[in-house]
Write a protein that binds this ligand. Structure first.
Ligand code: FES
Length: 120
């Protein structure tokens, strides 16, 4: 089965062959620690560096490229905008601050985000 490796939190999550899963959704569902604030491609908080498996990531849309700027050329993606169909390894700056996991906003966004049924 394909595996997503979250280097920064030292976690791994497998998913079914043939699936295409959203990177942030997998991270949230499995408590893998990628920070996030908007889950909609606006804030850039969930930027991750793809250390391996870039070929297994979805083609970025223009908006994601623009949001990342030069970081895109350095191998970064926005987890909320990235779908994965094979083995990948991602890492992020542990200093990145997302929503407080104990906050109401976090809970609400997590519920809404996980309710979507489009992979992961
Ligand atoms: S969480 Fe804000 S851009 Fe992905």
């Amino acid at each position: 089965m394909p595996t997503i490796r979250f280097s920064t939190s030292d976690r791994e999550v497998e998913f079914a062959d043939g699936d295409e899963v959203n990177l942030l959704r997998v991270a949230i569902r499995n408590d893998c620690g990628i920070p996030f604030k908007c889950a909609s491609g606006n804030c850039g908080t969930d930027r991750v560096r793809v250390e391996a498996g870039a070929d297994h990531c979805s083609t970025p849309r223009r908006r994601e490229r623009e949001r990342l700027g030069e970081l895109f050329d350095q191998g970064y993606r926005l987890a909320c905008q990235t779908y994965v169909n094979g083995d990948v390894t991602v890492a992020w700056d542990p200093e990145q601050i997302g929503l407080d996991a104990g906050s109401k906003v976090y809970d609400k966004l997590r519920q809404v985000w996980l309710a979507k049924d489009d992979g992961g």
